[in-house]
Design a protein around this ligand. Structure first.
Ligand code: SF4
Length: 686
């Protein structure tokens, strides 16, 4: 340590990486963050992972932070004053709106940033810009959860709390989720639960770390979740393990679902999933017979062309055995980014105003027109995954990207580049010069979580404070104040004194946030929505006694294979995911030296039997190609991934996996199928 603890002040805040929402004390000396310590938050109970402990603050003082507005002139970015940059932005967007209409404009909001920033961003897009073409990165991670859970249960969020699903539960069904890497503090709590007797069922094409502590591992081929769950439900019904009382009193649609899953015998499903029939029978019995058993899932369920159907299958299974609306149970998506739950809650969606109030509902439009004193566009907007192709077709002309890097994160990178090149005007508001920012006409400096006040909402719907620890770098300004300036210059005056004042407006307009304010968040250590009134303590467990939609809805969901499967030209099924040390595009974790020593390049996991056949050794350079592109990376040979499948993380730009991924989408949530595409692998002979 290069400081003495008594020279520092502690600022309690929320970790800026994953959706666990760990509470952390930043140690500040002379306006610089010098350390981070775990705090006793409700989600982390004094734990922090390597990212929270070592990579949550060094990027804040990184020498390559953007500190002033930049305008591109003759292909070069040159510093500009705020006034010059904001005037240019307002003039350009206003001009495009007048010439091509409001729906020629679009905005991507930032699920790393606060609820308050996200609320004001979508308000700017809907009022000053006049469009519902607004989205956030949930589109490419958990939009299927938002749609699938809302459809079946009435609310698109985790049903229980982290503490509740990892304490005194008899079994956990973990499906398409690798929490020791992606949500490490939740992973630790699951491991602790196993030590206290919880039986873990893992469904994953990889031998993730928790497999060694599990009661059973169903190594099902990526893309077969719907078939597997139908098979488990077949067994539960056939063996009389369904909760008929719960089904009769609390649900609808059961008969159609039951008739459909009658076809999904363990033998048939085992063939599709490439596992043994007995494993399906054993998993179904263990889950159904357990007293308390939550389903925990993540992107292995959502990032498919059948992602929403996969999520609805989770609801089907929990309702079938009455394991929902009570402690230690439920359907629990682990949200990825620190505030991706909040960005969705705040209405950064083409379908929803804040609080999931529907754009398609004229009464909702009327409500927000009255509150915001202006006419609003009643047309449902485009998702981010529709905006980029529309830009390539010259239908979207102007785009405002707040804190996103779609060149690295979206599928089929060459198409994303083409889309950004096709725009007439692109604004990027960011902490660092990113691959996407390089395409901008104007770049505005953003400010980090440690330089602002506000709130994040974690994966368990808990709204928690973040607090300013250091002052912003250079000329950077509060992000929501920048949006107010842009809106005002475009003819819709907007101003807020503080993030707390923004939250007060959210509470007025969003019924499920009606009882939330900064004073209560301070005094009550966060609040879980729904929290409707000032004396409502919030809702740790949803759907108790009644589903948010009234009756829970069973859906009859036939299995459909992924859109692109291996063939003679591209013989391996590639799936993607996270690793422990790095976070998403590495914009933050990649600026911590110690982290980069542990993990600084891309790699592809190959089963040793496939590697033998291909003449590839562990550590060799290999070329990986798909119908979209080619990359080079390092081989990681072993038995973690099943035969005929390969795995890559999506963190690295040296071998960006999204040069390969398939831009096909789920019909409902328009989420891309990152989890399955076909690739070929060859050794590179140097
Ligand atoms: Fe941060 Fe997530 Fe690690 Fe907690 S588990 S410290 S929120 S990265």
């Amino acid at each position: 340590r290069k400081f003495r603890i008594w020279e520092t002040t502690k600022v309690r805040t929320t970790c800026p990486h994953c959706g666990t929402g760990c509470q952390v004390d930043l140690l500040v000396k002379n306006n610089v963050i010098v350390g981070a310590e775990p705090a006793n938050g409700p989600a982390n109970r004094n734990l922090l992972c390597v990212k929270g402990k070592f990579a949550s603050y060094k990027f804040v003082a990184s020498g390559d932070r953007l500190t002033t507005p930049l305008i591109k002139r003759q292909g070069q970015f040159v510093p500009a004053s705020w006034d010059e940059a904001l005037t240019l932005i307002a003039d350009k967007f206003t001009g495009l709106k007048q010439k091509y209409g409001a729906d020629s404009l679009a905005g991507f909001s930032c699920s790393r940033s606060t609820n308050e920033d996200n609320f004001v961003f979508q308000k700017m897009m809907r009022t000053a810009f006049g469009t519902n073409n607004i989205d956030n990165c949930a589109r490419v991670c958990h939009s299927a959860s938002v749609h699938g859970l809302a459809n079946t249960l009435g609310s698109g969020a985790m049903t229980n709390t982290i503490a509740d699903i990892t304490t005194d539960v008899d079994a956990i069904l973990l499906i398409g989720s690798n929490p020791t890497d992606a949500h490490p503090v939740i992973g630790s709590q699951i491991r602790q639960a196993i030590q206290h007797g919880t039986k873990l069922i893992v469904v994953d094409p990889r031998k993730i770390d928790l497999v060694k502590d599990s009661a059973m591992h169903l190594q099902a081929k990526a893309g077969t979740n719907v078939a597997l769950i139908n098979g488990m439900m077949h067994v539960i019904i056939a063996e009389g393990l369904a909760d008929q009382d719960f089904i009769a009193k609390r649900t609808e649609g059961y008969a159609a679902m039951r008739d459909l899953v009658a076809e999904y015998t363990p033998e048939k499903v085992a063939k599709l999933c490439e596992i043994e029939p007995q494993q399906i029978i054993d998993a179904a019995r263990l889950y159904a017979n357990a007293g308390k058993a939550p389903i925990i899932y993540c992107l292995g369920v959502t990032e498919h062309s059948t992602g929403t159907e996969g999520v609805m299958s989770m609801s089907n299974l929990a309702m079938l055995v009455g394991k929902i609306g009570r402690p230690g149970c439920g359907v629990n998506p682990l949200r990825g980014q620190n505030n991706v739950q909040g960005a969705c809650d705040m209405g950064c969606s083409p379908f929803d105003f804040p609080g999931y109030q529907k754009v398609a509902n004229p009464a909702v439009i009327a409500k927000f027109e009255k509150a915001w004193g202006t006419d609003l566009n009643p047309k449902i907007g485009m998702t981010s995954t529709q905006v980029l192709p529309a830009a390539s077709r010259d239908e979207v002309k102007g785009l405002y990207i707040f804190g996103e890097d779609p060149i690295v994160t979206d599928p089929d990178t060459s198409h994303v580049r083409h889309a950004l090149d096709s725009l007439d005007f692109l604004v990027v508001q960011e902490l660092f010069m990113t691959e996407t920012a390089a395409y901008a006409d104007v770049i505005l400096p953003g400010i980090s979580f440690a330089e602002k006040d506000g709130t994040f909402t974690n994966t368990e719907r808990r709204i928690q404070r973040i607090r300013q620890a250091v002052t912003p770098r250079g000329d950077a300004r509060e992000d929501y104040k920048v949006f107010c300036e842009v809106a005002t210059r475009m003819g819709y005056p907007m101003a807020y004194d503080s993030a707390s004042q923004v939250m007060d407006e959210i509470a007025q307009l969003v019924p499920t946030f009606g009882g939330v304010n900064f004073k209560r968040l301070e005094n009550e250590n966060g609040l879980q929505w729904p929290c409707r009134t000032l004396d409502d303590p919030g809702t740790p467990i949803m759907h108790v006694g009644k589903f948010a939609r009234g009756l829970g809805l069973f859906m009859a969901i036939p299995y459909k294979p992924a859109k692109e499967l291996p063939d003679d030209d591209y013989p391996y099924l590639m799936t993607t995911g996270r690793m422990l040390y790095q976070y998403n595009t590495r914009a933050m974790t990649g600026r911590t030296e110690g982290i980069n020593k542990l993990a600084n390049h891309s790699y592809i996991e190959i089963n040793y039997q496939d590697a033998n056949r291909l003449g590839i050794q562990d550590g060799d350079r290999v070329q990986v190609s798909s119908r979209r592109g080619k990359i080079q990376t390092y081989a990681a040979v072993g038995d973690k991934i099943m035969q005929d499948s390969v795995f890559m993380t999506f963190h690295f730009t040296d071998g960006n996996v999204n040069e390969l991924t398939n831009p096909v989408f789920d019909d409902i949530a328009i989420i891309p199928e990152y989890k399955v595409c076909a690739v070929a692998i060859e050794p590179i002979n140097s």
